[in-house]
Design a protein around this ligand. Structure first.
Ligand code: CAA
Length: 420
């Protein structure tokens, strides 16, 4: 029985900051961000967006494409995040409600920095292996925040990805072998009392690369496929240049070293969306997969893709997937493209206002201004409760999707900046 990703979709914040706006504030040439980090823009959440609204927006098209009978087979929702909105209640429960999913469902949130989306995926595969008639909805959703004026600031971003995991998947079969590595490293973390991450940037890059090597070696010990059998490589992308560094590093580990330019060419299609979204922590590697599927001019049917998922702290997993024939008929390329084009650019003053959006803790009644053009919004924080609602855009998106449901989009997204 083949198991894997049957459907995939991403969402991002309503606004973005061009890193050309941030470069003079940091007193650096914009090429430090565009070339040195491989980032052009970063998504910025409106006041009424958070991991719940992004997650629901990413999953809405998947849910709306299922019949009522198929929806009842979605008996598990797993939401991975490291920027959760509650220490106790899962963000997934809010999302389950906003999407109108069946109450006969197990719903939970997972955490281990940027890695936990992969833990969710592997858990989902195990659940479907036991109950092949069921589907599992896996969502990764994060808002990446660093201190203003810190080296991490240009690597912020926000995004969510939703994946329907099933037997006989239409997009990517996930193979059983996995290479694993865990080590207790203080490279990046966020204590409960902070809204921004604490990070040792240089150590985090070292830890990422060490974890990649260890996970690859374990993957080989577990009977994984040889390096030469891979057609594409998809890495966690805290900034897209990190994927290029990682790929060059892996080629050295396997004894087939590549220079940076050649390494970049081999991962270029996985970088295109993240270059303009920024870091989306748990979602970033899977947005990289969407980018590869949406942009590859070559038909990837039968191609084996290596995935390296990294979560600071640190846990890494290296695994493989094989793209299914006919996958292009089930992509959502046009919707992803439109989503990115719909974002509104903010200037530095508006970015600062949104960075400092109040997070009231007094239990009072705090309506949140309506700002997002996305399908879901945070309407209020009242009596210590977060109140979410659908927006008018939710119905518009649903109608547009229904009208566009056949034939499925297969266009190549060409209007985004090219990688590199
Ligand atoms: N033109 C072109 N390139 C330039 C340039 C210019 N004018 N000026 C500088 N550069 C290059 C530098 O040479 C450097 O390239 P190399 O790394 O290849 O040497 C690159 O731009 C970055 O420059 P610095 O090293 O000076 O950058 P920095 O000190 O400002 O910080 C960073 C970089 C450490 C990544 C920082 O952005 C950071 O702390 N980010 C957050 C942590 C992070 O993303 N870590 C990644 C691994 S951890 C992880 O993956 C989990 C996660 O999601 C966070």
């Amino acid at each position: 029985m083949q198991l894997g990703i049957d459907d995939i979709s991403f969402a991002t914040a309503d606004r973005y900051l061009d890193l050309a706006t941030l470069a003079p504030v940091h007193g650096v040439d914009v090429d430090k961000f565009r070339i040195g980090l491989g980032q052009d823009r970063m998504s910025v959440c409106a006041a009424d967006e958070d991991v719940v609204t992004l997650a629901a927006a990413a999953a809405q098209p998947l849910v709306e494409s299922l019949s009522a009978a198929e929806l009842r087979t979605v008996r598990t929702v797993l939401l991975a995040t490291e920027s959760g909105i509650d220490q106790s209640k899962s963000a997934a429960v809010y999302v389950h409600h906003l999407l109108g999913l069946d109450p006969a469902c197990r719903v939970v949130e997972l955490k281990q920095a940027c890695y936990s989306g992969t833990a969710a995926l592997q858990t989902a595969l195990a659940l479907v292996a036991r109950n092949p008639e069921q589907k599992v909805l896996v969502i990764c959703s994060d808002v990446a925040r660093y201190e203003l004026d810190s080296p991490g600031e240009p690597t912020q971003g926000a995004g969510a990805v939703a994946m329907m995991i099933s037997a006989d998947p239409r997009l990517v079969v996930i193979e059983p072998a996995s290479g694993l590595h865990t080590a207790d490293v203080m490279d990046f973390w966020r204590p409960n009392y902070r809204s921004t991450a604490v990070v040792d940037g240089r150590l985090s890059i070292r830890a990422y690369l060490d974890t990649l090597k260890a996970a690859w070696l374990d993957y080989q010990d577990q009977g994984g496929e040889p390096f030469a059998s891979f057609d594409a490589f998809c890495y966690h992308q805290p900034f897209t240049r990190m994927a290029v560094k990682a790929h060059a590093h892996l080629t050295k580990v396997v004894g087939q070293p590549l220079d940076a330019a050649s390494a970049e060419a081999q991962v270029a299609d996985t970088l295109r969306y993240n270059r303009v979204i920024g870091n989306s922590y748990t979602a970033s590697m899977y947005i990289g997969l969407v980018s590869l599927l949406d942009h590859s001019e070559r038909d990837l049917a039968g191609a084996r893709v290596a995935f390296f998922s990294y979560g600071s702290g640190a846990v890494g997993e290296l695994f493989a997937g094989v793209v299914r024939p006919g996958y292009r008929d089930h992509l959502r390329t046009a919707a992803h493209q439109e989503l990115l084009e719909r974002r509104r650019e903010v200037d530095h003053a508006e970015y600062l206002r949104l960075y400092d959006v109040p997070n009231p803790t007094d239990g009072g009644d705090h309506p949140v201004p309506a700002q997002t053009s996305g399908p879901f919004r945070l309407a209020a924080i009242t009596g210590h409760q977060r109140v979410y609602e659908r927006t008018a855009q939710s119905a518009v998106d649903g109608i547009a999707r229904a009208a566009a449901s056949a034939p499925a989009a297969t266009t190549t997204a060409t209007t985004l900046p090219a990688a590199g």
